[in-house]
Write a protein that binds this ligand. Structure first.
Ligand code: CDP
Length: 256
């Protein structure tokens, strides 16, 4: 009889649940099928989304690790779970934009699809109650959310991640329009290290087909443009991830 693993839940977010990991300093990140947009005002369950994001984020984090970006990712455990290093998430969302889309169009009156003069980094304060407001570097320094040297590192990592992922997606005939990343502090004995945390998936990136500009990311859900699962399967396959559609509905514990 299979032994049921009882894990201690540490935190439940909109798309993921965090459980205590098997060893100190580790966490299990479980990907749910819940889709939310407009800060939880639009919600649905999208069958298989968690499995797809687990696989896509694994593939991207592995690629970034190999390219020398420190991340929290250790390994994927099963169809919905991955083992990550425990970090203290800094309360800032880092948004990197190559092309105008989404929030910046409304805010600055830009037309979706307009290329930006150069890659733009924006910061938002992580707070659902406040709708993740846009903040400046000075807010970050003023409230001490991140030390100035840490923010310098975060900006350098954000631009390197953008370069690496722009190439990765271009090879899959996808344009990386924008994306959101989060960083955490990994505690060592006598110092802490800034590492990439959370996930990178079509939930947190805008990805357009390079030729047709077809959207293959969460905008499909936000704007009711079609079948989100099919869009994410397309992204996964383009990245060379083998997806078995029979396994998209597995919940967890399915050790491969
Ligand atoms: O479109 P919207 O106004 O929600 O957000 P945005 O600021 O235009 O989003 C820029 C990029 O960050 C998009 O790829 C979003 O999917 C992603 N994002 C995210 O993953 N989580 C957030 N809380 C905000 C943005």
């Amino acid at each position: 009889m299979a032994l049921l693993r009882k894990k201690k839940k540490l935190y439940e977010g909109k798309a993921k649940v965090l459980f205590e990991g098997p060893e100190p300093g580790t966490i299990i990140q479980y990907f749910k099928d819940d889709a939310t947009a407009f800060n939880n005002k639009k919600k649905d369950i999208i069958n298989g989304k968690g499995v797809l994001n687990n696989r896509i984020s694994e593939s991207i984090m592995t690629h970034l690790n190999r390219a020398g970006i420190p991340t929290h990712f250790i390994k994927r455990i099963n169809m919905r779970e991955q083992l990550v290093k425990k970090v203290d998430i800094v309360p800032i969302e880092v948004i990197v934009r190559n092309v105008a889309a989404g929030g910046i169009c409304t805010r600055l009156g830009l037309t979706e699809g307009d290329p930006l003069p150069r890659t733009l980094i924006e910061f938002c304060y992580k707070s659902d109650e406040l709708d993740d407001p846009l903040i400046s570097d000075d807010h970050i320094y003023c409230f001490g959310w991140v030390e100035p040297y840490e923010l310098d590192e975060i900006k350098i990592y954000a631009l390197r991640i953008n370069d690496i992922l722009t190439g990765l997606f271009a090879a899959a005939n996808l344009q990386l329009v924008d994306f959101k990343i989060e960083f955490g502090r990994l505690q060592h004995e006598d110092h802490s290290e800034i590492v990439l945390a959370d996930e990178i998936s079509p939930d947190s990136c805008r990805l357009w087909d390079l030729d047709t500009k077809q959207k293959l990311d969460k905008d499909v859900f936000r704007r009711d443009l079609g079948n989100l699962t099919e869009a994410y399967i397309d992204v996964a396959r383009r990245l060379g991830i083998r997806i078995d559609s029979n396994k998209l509905h597995e919940q967890h514990e399915e050790q491969e």
